[in-house]
Design a protein around this ligand. Sequence first.
Ligand SMILES: Nc1ncnc2c1ncn2[C@@H]1O[C@H](COP(=O)(O)OP(=O)(O)O)[C@@H](O)[C@H]1O
Ligand SMILES: [Mg+2]
Length: 138
Amino acid sequence: MISVKDLKLAYGKRVLFEEVNLNFLKGNCYGVIGANGAGKSTFLKILSGEIEPNKGTVEITPGERMAILKQNQFEFDGETVLNTVMMGHTKLWAIAKERESIYALADFTEEDGMRAGELEGEFGEMGDIQLTVMQPLY
Ligand SMILES: Nc1ncnc2c1ncn2[C@@H]1O[C@H](COP(=O)(O)OP(=O)(O)O)[C@@H](O)[C@H]1O
Ligand SMILES: [Mg+2]
């Protein structure tokens, strides 16, 4: 769960939002709707920790992790949904790619086997993906 408490952001005198209190629950999909310039992207930047709010907190349940993809609707057209999700988490994606490249080797050395085992372990710990998706709708 991502828990937002009493969040406020203002640029100078312009208050984009304040007293925002809400919980994003596991398994749900959320869309952030608002006119151009309303503050959707700014809100998501606060959730991801890219910028600090003027007031309030964002907490994520211990053991859960956040993955972020930049807003670019065509960038992932050539990717599967699962790959796209993994690409949002830099470390998980690096593990997945390295694992794939080892399994693609024609000559598989003992060292490659050891590394693949390590990567399998790391992937096993991180690869369990349950999603809460948030997306600015425009
Ligand atoms: N770094 C910044 N400094 C000052 N104003 C900003 C900054 N970033 C965004 N804004 C302003 O905050 C408002 C909300 O921006 P943004 O979150 O990008 O809106 P949305 O994603 O809903 O279109 C806009 O008026 C924008 O010009
Ligand atoms: Mg935006």
